[in-house]
Design a binder for this molecule. Structure first.
Ligand code: FAD
Length: 129
């Protein structure tokens, strides 16, 4: 199938048996998909904040040398962005996923459901301002 494929671990809990829990096995599967796509020359977005996965994926990019249009590292705005900036500084293709517009409330709820600790981050930001 044509089109870019974004590899993510998945944000939400699913029914038992439908997904794998966080851990080494999931990380290996994640990287195996990245490997498969890069090896096949298929457009691929490596969307994760996981530092170790980013480092391993870098090795795959160095190995297969996809064109600049064929791969990118992606992160959500505000989440461990420094890793993404470091990748950019090293010359890798990067994209920061930035949400804007009027439908912000639903997105906020989504982010909190995905990672409840973000609530503390939001409070810290408000107090910090
Ligand atoms: C561009 C983009 C689009 C995505 N689209 C989807 C989608 O459509 N559907 C879907 O299910 N998932 C999607 N995801 C994945 C999801 O948003 C999280 O990235 C994922 O669930 C967290 O896994 P991780 O790969 O970052 O690694 P993890 O191992 O889960 O986390 C790595 C590190 O990042 C931190 N971290 C991870 N997530 C968050 C967070 N939300 N807030 C604060 N810190 C965090 C963790 O504390 C940990 O230190 C998308 C991700 C990106 C970057």
């Amino acid at each position: 199938m044509p089109g870019r494929i974004r590899i993510v671990k998945g944000a939400f809990a699913t029914a038992v048996g439908l997904s794998m829990p966080r851990g080494r096995e999931l990380d290996e599967v994640y990287l195996s998909y990245v490997n498969e796509l890069l090896q096949a020359g298929h457009k691929c977005s490596i969307a994760t904040h996981h530092y170790e996965i980013q480092q391993e994926a870098k090795k795959l990019v160095d190995l297969y040398k996809p064109s600049q249009a064929d791969y990118e590292f992606e992160s959500l705005y505000g989440i461990q962005e420094e890793n993404l900036w470091a990748l950019k500084a090293e010359g890798y293709m990067t994209k920061l996923y930035f949400v804007y517009g009027t439908e912000w409330y639903l997105y906020l709820c989504n982010r909190l459901a995905e990672y409840p600790l973000n609530l503390f981050r939001a409070l810290t930001d408000v107090v910090g301002e």
